[in-house]
Design a protein around this ligand. Sequence first.
Ligand code: FAD
Length: 379
Amino acid sequence: MEFKLNEEQSKLQAAARELARKEIGPAAAAVDEAEEFAMDNFKKMAALGFTGLLIPPEYGGIGGDMVATVAVMEEIAQACASTADILNAHLILGARPVLLNGTEEQKKKYLPPLTSGSKIGAFAITEADAGSDISGAKSTAVKEGDSYIIDGCKVFITNGPACDIMIIFAGIPALAPRGMTAFIVESSAPGFSRSTPYIKVGMHGGTNCKLIFENARIPASDRLGDEGKGMKICLYTLDEGRICIAAQAVGIGQAVLDHAVAYAKERRQFGRPIGDNQAIQWKLVDMDLKVQAARLLTYHAASLLDNKLSFSREAARAKLFASDASMEIAVDGMQVCGGYGYMMDSPMQRYFRDAKLTQIYEGTSEVQRMVIARALLTA
Ligand SMILES: Cc1cc2nc3c(=O)[nH]c(=O)nc-3n(C[C@H](O)[C@H](O)[C@H](O)COP(=O)(O)OP(=O)(O)OC[C@H]3O[C@@H](n4cnc5c(N)ncnc54)[C@H](O)[C@@H]3O)c2cc1C
């Protein structure tokens, strides 16, 4: 197995690294403090074509594969995880389902504004009583002439306050319990509204809110895929998304490691750098090992997808390992930095807060274990 990036993947990684190091990284603390959708960063990523990764040029994208996308996500997340978060919600969760499941008309209508970044995408399955168990979603879609009437409320939605185009899931009552169906919804739809944004622990450059549908009228032509096929679309989309969340976690882990190594070289106690102590060295080694193992699992899952092989279990493994690792690394990294690592002017606290979310969204660590256990026990 070869993980050397090809020329195209390397070019995209280099472009992302330059943007991340020169512009996104220096603004990360300000983005965190502002707690607003990181529009400047979103526009900068769009200018480089990142909002059109994995989408063919005929729909305005720049193509590229999942390995390239992971390389870009990792670089961006290393500088500012919440900027990678908004890209993931927009691109992998918002645009990719249209490419993979849309009619030609839907792809021509919705993909160019998403890939150019002139419109922002989002994805909404979660409801108040349907988190890990998405089959408990209660939103409904009832056909009325050339429209569907959608009722329900989606919670926690990333990019919710900023999005223009969203992929949402609602059940068709006549087909219950297998009625879940996907829809493309524009924010201008009558009967659609949003709550005020949530106040979150971390990932502050991405904003979240409830999406509310009260007698919302959606053209029947905006149904994505067949009636009753929503669960399949949702689960596949989450499989792809998990690879990108793993890449986010790898980026955060690498950022913590780099900061902790630099601090261990600089900080002197007992007349020598703290990095001369084996206790600190072993922490750094364990952090390094976890970052590298997480990266390999992530690229492995991405390359399976690119090679059209089954990747669901590998995506779950990558997300589980990388997100748990990034949280452990954030805890250890803060310990290496001592009291200074606990101060709000150290980036450690941001890494710590951002890492935590990677264990929760797009399937918690417990849900990833369920996916892997099911694969093990039903093989
Ligand atoms: C910041 C943020 C952004 C999000 N963005 C989006 C988005 O863009 N779109 C979207 O649709 N959703 C989004 N979500 C929702 C997210 O995917 C859910 O929060 C997540 O899937 C968990 O659901 P829950 O919060 O309802 O927790 P619950 O499902 O209530 O779980 C609570 C706890 O119980 C555990 N648990 C549940 N069932 C089991 C089980 N069978 N065995 C063992 N443990 C179990 C869970 O692992 C967790 O630890 C977001 C969430 C957050 C916090």
